[in-house]
Design a protein around this ligand. Structure first.
Ligand SMILES: [Mg+2]
Length: 238
């Protein structure tokens, strides 16, 4: 029995945020535009492809697209972005949404012994917190343990950062055998493969199921919580 419990106690689940747990439905873009203009003095004209990238990476690429060779440092932008989200939090609540099944899936995993849930997101820590709190999802997640875009602009590097934080907070050792990333994009799959985690891809984010086949498991959406739990157990041997 003791052996079984120890094994179950060692699973770290890391959730991607955008298009996996929530959709900002335009509020994310509006917040980015406001922060970009405030910090650089330039109106946002266009954006690079952003899915699966980190915020510092997106900021740098956007600055390049606007011909800015030496944009203001990222921390200034991050601060303006958090303020822009706080200003729009009511709008985010009304216009955005949690994805289908997200809250129930988080609650179900939270009710199981030994599964630690946090996030692995290209968003900054502060914006991640605002987004999750807006939809009441933060209460199932240990946000201290997570890893964020402002920890490292290279997304795969966020996996060992989250694993080390989880080990410090909970004890144990987290590696690719007991860490599961749940995300919606090819970027999430590469992040898990390169960073050292199993990966469950959720097709509801818009990337076609056929393109997600390099994930360990592909789910249509998050509406079957027991199925997610079974997949986590199967991938980690818990
Ligand atoms: Mg995503």
């Amino acid at each position: 029995m003791e052996f079984t419990r120890n094994r179950i106690d060692s699973v770290l689940v890391l959730w991607d945020i955008d298009h996996t747990l929530i959709e900002t439905r335009g509020v994310g873009r509006a917040s980015f535009a406001a922060a970009f203009e405030e910090v650089t003095g330039r109106p946002l004209e266009r954006m690079p492809h952003i899915t699966g990238r980190t915020e510092p990476d997106i900021y740098a690429a956007t600055a390049t697209l606007h011909g800015l060779e030496k944009p203001p440092p990222f921390p200034l932008f991050a601060e303006a972005l958090a303020a822009a989200y706080i200003e729009r939090q009511e709008q985010l609540h009304e216009q955005g949404r949690a994805t289908a099944g997200a809250e129930h899936a988080l609650a179900h995993l939270d009710s199981l012994p030994g599964i630690r849930q946090s996030v692995l997101s290209g968003n900054t820590r502060e914006v991640s917190r605002i987004k999750l709190e807006t939809f009441g999802l933060h209460k199932y997640l240990d946000l201290e343990t997570g890893a964020y875009g402002d920890d490292d602009g290279h997304r795969p590097s966020l996996v060992p950062i989250a694993q080390a934080r989880a080990a410090r907070r909970n004890g144990g050792l987290f590696n690719r055998h007991n860490t599961v990333l749940i995300g919606d994009s090819l970027g999430d799959i590469e992040t898990a493969h390169q960073g050292g985690a199993r990966v469950i891809a959720v097709a509801a984010g818009g990337t076609p199921t056929a393109e997600l086949t390099t994930a360990d498991v592909v789910l249509v959406d998050l509406t079957d919580a027991p199925e997610i739990a079974r997949a986590i157990r199967a991938l980690t041997g818990a």
